[in-house]
Design a protein around this ligand. Structure first.
Ligand SMILES: Cc1cc2nc3c(=O)[nH]c(=O)nc-3n(C[C@H](O)[C@H](O)[C@H](O)COP(=O)(O)OP(=O)(O)OC[C@H]3O[C@@H](n4cnc5c(N)ncnc54)[C@H](O)[C@@H]3O)c2cc1C
Length: 426
């Protein structure tokens, strides 16, 4: 049977592997660490703003398995807080094992602790991926690069505040290596406002047991707690850190004036970093410690330092059997966004393996819009100064302006049906 090799087991790689395996392809998923989901292990926010519409589209398209799992392990649903409507928060400690079981049930071969280091290309066809273990080579008919955009450590040192020992755990498991770049695809730089490459990841996690009992109880009960900031904390640290964040929905004043804490199992704090000794001056934080990144006083991972050219089918020209998904698909940020692009990449891998042309997602869907919009923006240096998500910033404005955003499941289903995409991925 023709094999799909997926490199990178974040949300995008998991969605790609699951979709292709459901269609009957043999799938090997290569992950350099000992767990799946990577940045999905520290996020948790789903179904906020346009992500609700996109999640329901996926369900109607027959690709809703991963959405169902995140719903099933959500600690809170329908939460409103600044910049967010009807958000769900999945439990970051529960979700990974459930995803792993779903992949195994579909027959996906999981290769943990294997890092892809190179590719073998003949003319415009990728033949194999070389792994870090001596002599180990994985041949395939189609390949997907879903290695994300975080790391290597050198990027965090040069463009951030140094390696802060974050969820990607590069010192333990080795740096990210992009298959698309190794196969010869052109990579363009992404620069944040100050001209430096990349953005800081946008949140940290606190260890729940290190917060005062009354504060922890309140966060657990409400799902979200907003603490007004004054003095040194507000003036210097938060504003400076927020500016460097990847996610644009947090650039509002509410996130500069307040500390916003979410219950994702861990306590998610919506700033990239904050000096611990300053944080401990707040009521209830006297014994606080960071859970992720361990060096939370200093910084978080640098992501989105570069993007690869791809078309709207997620193919990487001129290569004939290489697709990209998730953050590797360029300027696209978020769990739901990674699941959508991963699902399309997995589906197109299956089509390629049968000799069929890969397809685009219909432009009448939010997913199709996202993929095409981000590609269009990638063409100009100005467009590459921003990131695009279903939940914030200019693309979220676009979704509302053009009436793509709705929470009406029946409207979404009918839209998918009239686009001819009902049960496309089933
Ligand atoms: C701190 C933080 C909080 C976030 N919070 C949210 C949130 O609440 N909601 C939301 O929607 N989005 C959130 N995001 C963004 C979201 O998590 C990402 O945009 C999305 O999950 C990216 O998925 P991905 O699969 O593209 O990449 P990644 O999650 O980066 O996964 C890439 C995977 O590839 C593996 N890999 C890399 N190189 C190799 C190699 N050479 N060989 C084998 N494996 C390799 C890595 O180990 C990793 O597992 C957050 C991100 C961060 C960092």
């Amino acid at each position: 049977m023709k094999q799909l090799v997926v490199v990178g087991g974040g949300w995008a790689g998991c969605a790609a592997a699951l979709t292709a395996a459901k269609k009957g392809m043999a799938v090997a998923l290569v992950e350099r660490t000992d767990r799946l989901l990577a940045s999905g292990l520290v996020g948790g926010i789903m179904r906020n703003n346009g992500r609700f519409t996109a999640a329901e589209e996926l369900v109607s398209m027959g690709g809703g398995e991963l959405i169902d799992i995140t719903d099933a392990c959500s600690r809170h649903a329908k939460l409103d807080f600044p910049g967010h409507r009807h958000a769900s928060l999945y439990d970051v400690d529960m979700v990974e094992a459930l995803i792993q079981q779903a992949l195994i049930r579909q027959g996906v071969k999981l290769l943990f602790l294997h890092r892809a280091v190179d590719v073998e290309v003949e003319e415009n066809t990728v033949k194999a991926v070389r792994l870090n273990q001596e002599g180990l080579i994985l041949e395939g008919a189609v390949f997907i690069d879903s290695t994300g955009t975080a790391g290597p450590i050198g990027n965090c040192s040069r463009y951030g505040n140094g390696c802060a020992m974050c969820i990607y755990r590069c010192p333990a498991f080795g740096p990210r290596v992009s298959m698309a770049v190794k196969a010869g695809a052109e990579e363009l730089p992404i620069r944040r406002a100050e001209g430096l490459p990349g953005y800081f990841s946008g949140s940290c996690e606190l260890e729940p047991s290190s917060l005062a009992g009354w504060l922890l109880e309140e966060i657990r009960a409400k799902g979200v707690v907003t603490i007004p900031l004054t003095g040194e904390l507000r003036a210097a640290k938060v504003i400076e850190a927020i500016k460097a964040k990847a996610c644009r929905q947090y650039s509002s004043a509410a996130f500069q004036d307040n500390l916003i804490l979410l219950d994702t199992g861990a306590i998610k704090m919506m700033v990239p970093y904050l000096p611990l000794q300053l944080l401990r001056r707040l009521d209830g934080f006297e014994r606080a410690i960071f859970r992720d990144p361990l060096g939370g006083s200093k910084g978080n991972s640098i992501r989105f330092s570069g993007l690869v050219r791809r078309d709207n089918r997620l193919m990487v020209p001129p290569l004939e059997n290489l697709l990209v998904a998730g953050e590797r698909a360029g300027l696209v940020l978020g769990h739901t966004e990674a699941i959508i692009t991963g699902t399309l990449a997995g589906y197109n891998a299956w089509r390629l393996s049968r000799g069929d042309e890969p397809v685009e997602l219909p432009r009448s869907t939010t997913g199709g819009q996202l993929i095409a919009y981000a590609r269009q923006k990638a063409r100009s240096a100005e467009g590459r100064r921003s990131l695009y998500t279903l939940a914030g910033g200019e693309f979220w404005e676009h979704l509302q302006r053009h009436r793509f955003y709705t929470t009406d499941r029946e409207v979404i289903r009918r839209r998918v049906e009239s686009a001819g995409a009902l049960n496309l991925f089933a």
